[in-house]
Design a protein around this ligand. Structure first.
Ligand code: GDG
Length: 491
């Protein structure tokens, strides 16, 4: 009913996420804004650039030198402003409980089947609630006298919709959940599962990557709350409010990555890197790029490369596998342990097979300019993304978008959401080292025609289901979710 008689353009768009989309720093006396590693920003920034509006996020504490309006909004991107950023400060204790605690040691492992035990601490949950309330106050202030569309991002803010709904009527609220949703038996581990579900039903629209995530969410609602669930239609009727639950497999800005891969800057990076890895003397590059996380299956990937070199010794001295991408959440024990494990596997493999001239594994656990990542994607004969569980996995799509030569092979985990669309990749089970090693061999011995056919197929899929298409579907469903007649909603 909220929408009756209004046009989309009458609504103010407000995006809310935990992390700010740009990290700011001074470089040679100039202020620069850099995108941090992570799938959420990569996906939402193009939408905000296209639509304008306000993005509310937690402050990094790096905005001192920035020009702000009276309410503390900053125009971004700095070089070609398209939308505004409004940042919120949290104390260290708030951030420890809400972000490192409940969000990333509780919900993150709960939602991913990676066998890391979730930690549910009452104080962390109290911090999570109070930070969600703090976000709600800022969102309500930004909404003003409305009307507004609020698009909430991710698992850090599950209670936010309910808190906004308690004060604001003239608002349409949607959320996109960027990670998988657990099955109902696993969700029970969370002592506050009912409050979380109740919070998320403050939405008009709730989006997951896959229909299987939607089904699991609907099952949890049906079993835990006094709600009417139409699982076929993806609709929940709870406390006289309707929430539509739908799959929206997220994507990337295909055209811009495609265009970047063709630039002179990337070509010159390719020449430099090609020399660095000895590709000009016949060596072959394999690639993995990840924000370093235990869900990404990095140790499993390295063990598969080890098994490959053992099984096909003719590639010793020839294949270099590069694992790149910055560490993340480094003050959580399981992440510290992951770095230790990766370093130890890398050292073991390099000691076992390497010689003075050749090391099989290159390990670059830092961030790089996007032209460097693009050049690496163009140079790599194969890219291996071996997540133990992943909502989508944008790296797989980025590899495909950068392959303007229609060459290269993608090896992709069956447990990444992206495997549903990218069925022309070589699909692997990351736990099965032998099969994974065989997949590397298959990638390196595949005929030119087959490689091209597979890559062309994947490129056409990602080009079509790009980030704008994803955002457009979400906006359309959001508008329709808030109309009185849900029966007319598109499937
Ligand atoms: C979550 C979900 C879902 C990686 N290392 C660096 C860097 N990256 C970029 C990649 C890619 C993004 O970060 C990672 O995206 P993913 O999708 O692979 O993974 P998550 O961060 O776990 O994202 C995931 C996503 O949200 C979107 O919904 O697909 O399932 O877990 O763009 O290229 N970027 C920079 N430095 C790095 O070191 N700058």
């Amino acid at each position: 009913q909220r929408l009756v008689g209004r046009e989309l353009s009458e609504y103010r768009l407000i995006v809310v996420s935990n992390r700010q989309p740009y990290a700011f720093r001074m470089e040679n006396g100039n202020l620069v804004g850099e995108m941090p590693p992570g799938g959420l920003t990569a996906a939402i920034d193009p939408l905000m650039r296209a639509c304008g509006g306000t993005w509310i996020a937690q402050s990094n504490g790096d905005s001192d030198h920035l020009a702000m309006d009276a309410d503390g909004r900053i125009a971004v991107p700095l070089d070609s402003p398209a939308y505004r950023l409004r940042l919120m400060d949290l104390t260290e204790a708030e951030n420890d409980g809400y972000y490192y605690g409940f969000s990333n040691q509780g919900l993150w492992p709960l939602c991913h089947v990676a066998y890391t035990e979730p930690i549910f601490d009452t104080q962390d949950y109290e911090a999570y609630k109070s930070v969600n309330r703090k976000f709600a106050n800022l969102v309500v202030d930004e909404i003003g006298d409305g009307p507004a569309i609020v698009l909430i991002q991710d698992y850090h803010l599950a209670l936010l919709p309910r808190y906004i709904r308690q004060v604001c009527e003239d608002v349409i609220i949607g959320q996109f959940w960027h990670i998988p949703w657990p099955n109902t038996d696993i969700l029970r581990i969370c002592p506050w599962q009912e409050e979380i579900l109740d919070g998320m039903l403050g939405h008009d629209l709730l989006g997951f990557h896959l229909s299987s995530d939607c089904d699991k969410f609907l099952d949890a609602v049906a079993r835990n709350l006094n709600a009417q669930v139409d699982s076929q239609f993806g609709l929940v009727d709870y406390q006289d409010e309707m929430t539509l639950v739908r799959p929206f497999p997220i994507s990337i800005d295909f055209d811009s990555l495609d265009a970047e891969a063709r630039t002179a800057e990337v070509e010159s990076e390719m020449a430099r890197l090609s020399q660095e890895f000895g590709l000009d003397t016949g060596r072959i590059l394999g690639l993995g790029i990840d924000r370093q996380d235990y869900t990404k299956g990095i140790p499993h990937r390295l063990r598969a490369v080890e098994r490959f070199l053992e099984k096909w010794p003719e590639y010793q001295g020839k294949l270099v596998f590069l694992q790149a991408g910055a560490t993340s959440r480094t003050n959580i024990n399981s992440y510290m342990q992951l770095t230790i494990d990766i370093e130890s596997i890398v050292n073991r493999i390099n000691e076992r097979f390497g010689d003075g001239d050749w090391q099989p594994i290159a390990y670059w656990p830092t961030s790089f300019p996007s032209a460097t990542f693009s050049a690496l994607r163009r140079l790599a004969s194969f890219c291996a993304e071996s997540s133990l569980h992943d909502g989508m996995n944008l790296v797989a799509k980025e590899y495909v978008a950068s392959r303007v030569d229609e060459d290269g092979v993608l090896i992709l985990s069956a447990f990444a959401g992206a495997a549903q669309e990218l069925s022309s990749s070589i699909i692997i089970n990351p736990y099965a080292s032998e099969q994974f090693a065989d997949a590397i061999h298959q990638a390196l011995t595949m005929s030119d025609d087959e490689r091209r056919l597979r890559m062309r197929h994947m490129r056409s899929i990602v080009q079509q289901n790009n980030i704008y298409n994803w955002a457009g579907r979400i906006m359309m469903n959001l508008m329709q979710a808030s109309t009185p007649d849900h029966a007319r909603l598109p499937a």
